[in-house]
Write a protein that binds this ligand. Structure first.
Ligand code: AMP
Ligand code: GLY
Length: 420
């Protein structure tokens, strides 16, 4: 079997390494992948958003199955195009990927089907939004409707900051058309949990829960990033809460999407906040999380490829999805300056003893030498019987990876250890 994976980050590297465990798969192509994946996949120089070229490649190379991992191609309809060309895919169609592609859509879906989430108002006119903010409760949260590279959410601590956010999104268009419509919503508090789930549109099977660390600096300080590290399982997410989420959030969401004629297949990511009034949805993603995948998949005991095919075929109810006991940790090593300006092009040295536990996100080969080529360069992981040991091992592995200008958080998992 020949499999292609669309995308080129740490999440895709984790997916590829897990797929390699399946003996049916003879070759894995990464479109475009990155230089750090060359031992695990054949790199193909086709961008994640170049859907026409992906279809051409799949047809010309007899691809048996495609995994579309990032949000952009999913929202643009990569799964629709590949499926139409006869290539079965992991991932939702365009009309279901809208659950991440439009915050207005997802908020209205939750309201219509009574799925717990923050109170909100939608605005397509700047003056109306500013008027609303004159009396809205503060802090408040301003969200651009469309995809904004994970940056379209602003938590405003003051009325002035909230109004500035509206102007920057709706007038200055800092997120382009993504900010033409905005959502202003209630500020929620509580521990955050990421729950990735497999679904075939009928059955939904949550994976082990996890916790992301979005801020750049220790103590949750600094700017929001794509994620500086993760741990799994999330100790705040108890069995009782998991049961409640299944009844009030997961199943109702799958049913709501079906009722809207937008059956979702693939990985549905529930970003939850465990508020004093119960678990609420902060966001849906139509894909695996990054860097959540880097801790969730190492704990997956069952075969990933078999599960993926079951989501496509609608046979998830007959498929084993089992996770190992124990815990996993991932520490992201980034280029100093990320998420703002940073330098790259430094040689990247990964000791062979930890190569299996490193998922490369931003690197490229330069005349056969692996060099840094991105803000988040890689994620260093490990697993163990308990979280404390997994964290210790992951940080030991960090000391076996070297590149100039590297920086990473020293406190990944600290909050989780307190929650245990
Ligand atoms: P996102 O870019 O959608 O992942 O959101 C970034 C972060 O903003 C989330 O991980 C939360 O920490 C925070 N956030 C989003 N919505 C809310 C809300 N309604 N209340 C409090 N925090 C929020
Ligand atoms: N780690 C958050 C995300 O994948 O959106």
């Amino acid at each position: 079997m020949k499999v292609m994976v669309v995308g080129g980050g740490g999440r895709e590297h984790a997916i590829i390494k897990k797929l390699k465990e399946n003996k049916e798969i003879t070759e894995i192509f990464a479109l475009p992948g990155n230089g750090g994946m060359q031992k695990d996949a054949t790199l193909v120089n086709i961008g994640a958003k170049d859907i026409d070229a992906q279809v051409e490649f799949a047809k010309a190379n007899g691809i048996d199955y495609a995994v579309v991992a990032p949000d952009d191609p999913l929202v643009l309809g990569a799964v629709d195009a590949l499926t139409e060309a006869g290539v079965p895919c992991f991932g939702p169609n365009k009309n279901a990927a809208i659950i991440e592609g439009s915050k207005v859509f997802s908020k209205n879906l939750m309201k219509k089907y009574n799925i717990p989430t923050a109170q909100y108002e939608v605005f397509s006119n700047k003056d109306d939004a500013l008027k609303y903010l004159e009396t809205a409760p503060i802090p408040t949260v301003i969200k651009a409707d469309g995809l904004a590279l994970g940056k379209g959410v602003i938590i405003a601590e003051t009325r002035e900051a909230a109004m500035d956010a509206v102007v920057s999104m709706m007038e200055d268009k800092v997120f382009g058309d993504s900010g033409s419509n905005i959502v202003i919503e209630e500020f929620l508090t509580g521990p955050e949990v990421s729950v990735l789930s497999f679904t075939d549109g009928k059955t939904v099977v949550p994976m082990v829960s996890s916790m992301d660390h979005k801020r750049a600096l220790d103590g949750d300080k600094g700017l929001n990033t794509g994620g500086m590290g993760t741990i799994a399982p999330n100790p705040y997410y108890t069995e009782d809460i998991a049961k409640e989420c299944m009844e009030t959030i997961f199943l109702p969401t799958i049913k709501a999407m079906n009722a809207e004629g937008r059956t979702f297949k693939g990985c549905l990511y529930f970003g939850l906040m465990l508020t004093p009034n119960g678990p609420k949805v902060i966001e849906y993603n139509c894909r695996f999380g990054d860097p959540e995948t880097q801790v969730v998949l190492p704990l997956l005991e069952s075969d990933l490829f078999t599960i993926m095919k079951a989501t496509t075929d609608g046979t998830l109810d007959k498929t084993e999805v089992k996770f190992k006991k124990g815990a996993a940790a991932c520490v992201v090593m980034a280029s100093n300056g990320y998420p703002q300006k940073y330098e790259s092009g430094f040689e990247l040295k990964i000791d062979d003893s930890v190569a299996d536990k490193v998922y490369v996100a931003g690197a490229k080969l330069d005349n056969g030498v692996l060099k840094t080529a991105g803000g988040r360069v890689l994620g260093v992981t490990d697993t163990a019987d308990d979280l404390k040991t997994a964290l210790r091992k992951a940080y030991e592995n960090v000391s076996k990876v070297h590149f100039e200008n590297a920086f990473y958080r020293k406190d990944i998992g600290a909050k989780a250890l307190k929650g245990e």
